[in-house]
Design a protein around this ligand. Structure first.
Ligand code: FAD
Ligand code: SF4
Length: 511
């Protein structure tokens, strides 16, 4: 062996140029590591999905003629951390070169960059993202506010996706206005049954137990997430056939009544993408092909989907790298409260939060608008410490890796970065949730009330938040206007609302 090449758990890219040639002198190392199971408390399905996908990738590489060393937790327990493992493997194999793909997380990049090894070291690109790493600085400046839309338009032109003669297909860049529908009962029949796999992970579960890895959430029966490229491709095909047709239309819809309401028309491809089993271009191209072949899929649906991957996903990564390290410390509103305990149990009488948290515990998944406007907005209004909020999101979701979790959580949902990523905080009262969901009809609380024991907590917390942060928000042109409405109410009414909010803040565990 002359070269040892490291493959991290989110680098399962079968099309990486590394694998174009077989070379018996190259040893690929894929290892389950205790340090990766413990930097945050992960969902049990997330632990199993990563380990199963890593094992599958190791087997596939071996079958393709490469030399692979796959280490389980049992094999790697003797090494304190990743650097210790690498040193030992270099020694054991006799390799004179060490190569790795640049990690997408700052934490791992720092660990690998700091390695002081007695052999030649080479870092290569992970060949996954569309915007080359070296170009991030040209688009994103540290500490400066950016907006997604101009970035997205540049990417559309650059990659020539949904373009015609240099102009956006259909003449518009954005179809968001047509895409904000509530899901009504008449639409229920069109909600597709989600494609769930049945991967056996008993051996992984036994290992996690043996090594006393603590986790959150549940796993009943086999693992439903895709853990191989073949399964990931199958899920992509399922999305193109059954979900794309209404993807944009219902992407902001929320329900606890509709069939399959935990997944609706969402792709659930984030795990396959973030582990790099799928390439973003391949995903978008498959969806665009489906749009072209199927008259039922209109432009607003495919544009909405391309926007998420070509726009948001790449934009989020740009914000992350332009601002790391340091982004993880922003706390614009100086929020310090611990999250209420029901974030880990779902035991709350608020129907919206119960639904979002229950399904997160059950599936390690919630769709975007649940993450943003239910758990996220609650944490924002409540004044939850962004460190806690980050740890919760980073642990619970199947797709949570810091480069994508942190800007979405601390930036987009908590406005902790003071507007580097988004133009305003996603603060909203129960009215928004009621407009987009069927939650409120089955809730213990009254969405139309602001005061009293049964008043929807979002309503009073919203005004408490706005009052608390008047100084930071009143000058924001997208937010300031709401103060006029609030200030026009009598003192008595305002005091009663703030009093109800204070009760909610002081008794959050009872909500
Ligand atoms: P769909 O709704 O079907 O969208 C398709 C794809 O678009 C997704 O698979 C994803 O790759 C991409 N996408 C859409 N929105 C975003 C976004 N805002 N940022 C990045 N990619 C996006 N996404 C993660 O991958 N990991 C996270 O840890 C994560 N944490 C989040 C935390 C908060 C508070 C919020 C508001 C959003 C977070 N997101 C995260 C973004 C988004 O919610 C998920 O990507 C999406 O819900 C994944 O489900 P899906 O594959 O069904 O997505
Ligand atoms: Fe959520 Fe309020 Fe509606 Fe209940 S009434 S579901 S707490 S928004």
């Amino acid at each position: 062996v002359h070269t040892l090449r490291l493959i991290l758990g989110d680098q399962l890219n079968a099309h990486h140029s590394w694998f174009r040639q077989q070379d018996d002198g190259v040893l690929y190392l894929i290892a389950e590591l205790k340090q990766e199971t413990g930097y945050v408390r992960h969902h049990i399905q997330k632990l199993c999905a990563f380990f199963a996908a890593m094992k599958g990738f190791a087997d596939a590489l071996e079958a393709a003629g490469h030399r692979v060393r796959h280490l389980t937790l049992d094999d790697s327990a003797q090494y304190e951390d990743l650097p210790a493992l690498i040193r030992a493997q270099l020694q054991e194999s006799g390799a004179q070169r060490f190569e790795y793909q640049r990690p997408d997380e700052y934490r791992l990049l720092a660990q690998l960059s700091d390695l002081d090894l007695p052999v030649a070291v080479r870092q290569v690109d992970s060949e996954h993202f569309l915007l080359p790493f070296d170009e991030i600085d040209a688009h994103f400046e540290r500490g400066k506010a950016h907006r997604m839309e101009p970035f997205y338009r540049k990417m559309r032109v650059r990659f020539n996706l949904l373009m015609a003669d240099g102009k956006p297909l259909g003449g518009q860049w954005n179809y968001d206005k047509e895409n904000r529908h509530r899901l009504r009962e008449v639409d229920w029949a069109s909600v597709p049954e989600p494609l769930c796999f049945a991967n056996s992970v008993d051996d992984i579960l036994a290992r996690l137990e043996r090594h006393q890895v603590t986790s959150i959430g549940t796993l009943e029966g086999p693992l439903l997430w895709p853990v191989s490229r073949a399964q990931a491709r199958e899920l992509l095909g399922h999305f193109c056939r059954h979900c794309l047709v209404h993807f944009g239309r219902f992407q902001d819809a929320l329900s606890n009544q509709a069939p399959h309401h935990w997944s609706l028309f969402h792709a659930r491809l984030s795990f396959a993408l973030n582990t790099k089993m799928l390439h973003p271009l391949e995903v978008m191209e498959a969806a665009i092909d489906a749009y072209q072949e199927n008259d039922d899929v209109d432009l607003a649906q495919i544009e909405g989907f391309v926007r998420q991957i070509l726009g948001w996903r790449e934009y989020i990564r740009g914000i992350y790298w332009a601002n790391m390290p340091g982004y993880e410390q922003h706390n614009h509103f100086d929020a310090r409260r611990p999250l209420p305990p029901w974030f880990w149990s779902g035991e709350t009488r608020m129907a919206c939060l119960k639904d979002a948290i229950d399904q997160s515990l059950q599936y390690a998944y919630a769709h975007h608008i649940q993450r943003l406007m239910i758990t996220g907005t609650f944490a924002l209004l409540f004044g939850a410490d962004p460190d806690e909020v980050d740890a919760w999101y980073l642990g619970i979701y199947i797709d949570a890796i810091e480069w994508v979790e942190l800007p979405n959580t601390r930036g987009m949902s908590q406005y902790g970065d003071g507007g580097l990523l988004a133009s305003k905080p996603y603060a909203a009262s129960g009215n928004y949730i009621n407009k987009m969901s069927d939650y409120c009809a089955s809730c213990h609380y009254e969405v139309g009330e602001k005061v009293g024991e049964r008043a929807c907590p979002f309503n009073s917390l919203y005004w408490h938040f706005m009052e608390r942060h008047r100084e930071q928000l009143a000058n924001n042109p997208r937010v300031g206007v709401v103060y006029r409405n609030w200030d026009n109410r009598g003192d008595e009414e305002r005091d009663a609302v703030l009093e109800r909010a204070q009760w909610c803040l002081d008794h959050a565990e009872k909500l």
